[in-house]
Design a protein around this ligand. Sequence first.
Ligand SMILES: Cc1cc2nc3c(=O)[nH]c(=O)nc-3n(C[C@H](O)[C@H](O)[C@H](O)COP(=O)(O)O)c2cc1C
Length: 365
Amino acid sequence: MNTSAVTQLFEPLSFLHGPTMQNRFMLAPLTNQQSEHDGFASRHDQDWMRQVGEGGYGLVQTCATTVEASGIAFARQLGIHRDEHLAGLGEMAASIRRGGGLSAVQLHHAGHRARPELGGIPAPASNSTLPGVRALTTEEVERIRDSFIAAARRAELAGFDGVALHGAFGWILSEFMSPILNDRTDKYGGSLENRARLTIEIIEGIRHACSPRFQIGWRLSVERYGLRLEELRDITADILDRELIDYLDLALWDSAQVVQAGAYAGRKMLSVFTKIPRKGVRVGAAGKIMSARRAAQLLEEGCDFVLIGRAGILRPDFPLQVKADPCYDSPRLPVTAQFLRASGLSERFINHMRGWQNFLVPGSL
Ligand SMILES: Cc1cc2nc3c(=O)[nH]c(=O)nc-3n(C[C@H](O)[C@H](O)[C@H](O)COP(=O)(O)O)c2cc1C
């Protein structure tokens, strides 16, 4: 890897709408369970946003943020479902802007995975997903669609440059995309076009409700929940061809993963998506990008930008580290709680990280 490849990570990137990213680093959405009751941003949320805001990212995404109180998946999850959240969200957006980065709220609804013990109301696409829980009615699906759009309006009012739709990991948008979890017979089920309708109506609704400078990202994952890669590829090709979004974020757990079965078996997962004509839409990926070298490789493999997850928790200023050292590599995992504390993470965030395999030294205080 020559250092000129790393230099390319610091070239700006324009979007179909709104301002230009100053470089190719995006902070991935990172749930950290440090908000207050009913989704209000806490002092810890503000500290974290200040930290990553100063970290040199071209764009910072918030953690998954609830568009409805009943769509909650995590204790102490950040919310954007009430106008009263605007003040705290505004402070977060301002911190990111001060550091020179663009900002996006990740919009989230847990769908069938909403947690009743946290006030969530499980909202499955199908009658068969959860015993005794009926599928959402068409009107309820439309209400959730409108909640995503209202949340995007709030994000814009709060000063964010855009939103990123959480279409990954079996949450509501990927649930509706799945032929296994969605056996509906209304306009939101059946054909691929119908299963993608909720996502597309939300994108189009946000485009209509927000200013022409507002940016829309869409996060997609490709595994589990009955998702079919061939279908996801086709719907992505349609969304890119119609230039409905500003950026696609491929949520791979390993950006080097190879497709195991089906029409694309043996190919790199990333290439299935980077080979799609993308017109003006930008494409990025997440998944074990822990070094300057790996980040630069992803640009060579066809990404326009990279998403930094765990490496950004280890060093909230990952892009600045790469800028200072083109051979930068993340600290080795697992790390101690003290290491994270010293870098400024709250106890709530550190406790959240205890749930992640091989991140913290077991029993580390
Ligand atoms: C602590 C933690 C919290 C996460 N929270 C979210 C989230 O809120 N929304 C989301 O889409 N992905 C979430 N992810 C997935 C990351 O955004 C990212 O896609 C994944 O960690 C792979 O990137 P990495 O290998 O650089 O960590 C989370 C991952 C971690 C480690």
